[in-house]
Write a protein that binds this ligand. Structure first.
Ligand code: GUN
Length: 277
């Protein structure tokens, strides 16, 4: 069993982005909008700012109070859509209850939508003609590639069907000619389906969900989960100690998929700049 080191792979992606920006003398701006006081969001946003600094991207933070209205947020997005210094716009989710997330996302210019959450970008991913990939699935692809595993013809099983991870993840694996199955809460014989997987990606959000009996000997296992266990410790969906001995490669949590998401955001911001030039 080999551990896939997300820190090393993400560092390489960030260095690639940094070197290209420096080499081409690019001036790039990323607007990061956060509304309210969600603690996890605050940590994510700070990490995104740090990564920008590393890569030579200017970050513009807009930290708005919880009581910000939908109208005010739409106006800010308008302003950022029209600001030439801003190449990428990221509105950190979740937004407060009184704001319609979908409405805000659809208001972001698709050319600046570095999360690839806008329907136009989601549609482009579906047809395989895309500029941006959603950061987490794109990060998972980088991790799989880093193992040297060929995806074409392999049985790939994705657990979870969210718009942010599961669905685009399935598309990316399909674009690389994997044979893809998407499992979810209504899937029958889940363990049996998962046991078919040469490449198993879990994005469920439940600690200890993927157990050793669900994993084929020699599988590549990617854990997208970010959960707290009973002791409050950060852990993924996979029962790591039980599953790891069966895998050819496995990602740890933390230090697997997590660091990749931000690295891919940096790459998307560079792509946005090029798209707009
Ligand atoms: N909240 C949790 N993950 C993400 C993400 O990738 N993008 C945004 N905008 N919000 C998030």
């Amino acid at each position: 069993m080999q551990l896939i080191d997300g820190k090393t792979v993400s560092q390489a992606v960030k260095e690639r982005v940094r070197d290209e920006i420096a080499h081409d003398g690019l001036k790039i701006g990323l607007a990061v909008v956060i509304v309210g006081n969600d603690q996890a969001s605050r940590v994510y946003v700070n990490n995104k700012k740090k990564a920008c600094e590393f890569c030579g991207i200017t970050s513009y933070e807009y930290a708005l109070p919880e009581e910000t209205t939908e109208e005010q947020l739409l106006e800010l997005v308008d302003t950022l859509n029209n600001d030439g210094k801003v190449n990428g716009i990221l509105v950190q989710l979740p937004l407060p209850e009184h704001i319609n997330e979908k409405k805000i996302i659809e208001h972001i210019s698709p050319m600046k939508d570095v999360d690839a959450f806008h329907a136009v970008n989601v549609g482009r991913i579906m047809i395989g003609d895309y500029a941006f990939l959603p950061c987490t699935p794109a990060g998972v692809m980088e991790l799989i590639h880093s193992t040297g595993t060929e995806i074409a013809g392999k049985e790939c099983v994705v657990i979870g069907r969210s718009n942010i991870v599961g669905k685009p993840m399935a598309m990316l694996l399909l674009h690389e000619n994997g044979t893809v199955t998407v499992c979810h809460s209504r899937t029958k014989n889940l363990a049996e389906v998962c046991r078919r997987a040469d490449i198993l990606v879990s994005a469920v959000g439940r600690a200890g969900f993927v157990t050793a009996d669900m994993v084929k000997e020699g599988a590549v296992v990617i854990d997208v989960g970010m959960n707290r266990n009973a002791e409050g410790k950060l852990c993924g969906d996979v029962d790591f100690d039980g599953v790891a001995p069966k895998c050819s490669f496995i990602t740890p949590v933390p230090g697997g998929v997590g660091p990749m998401t931000i690295a891919m955001l940096m790459e998307n911001t560079l792509r946005a700049k090029k798209l707009q030039s």
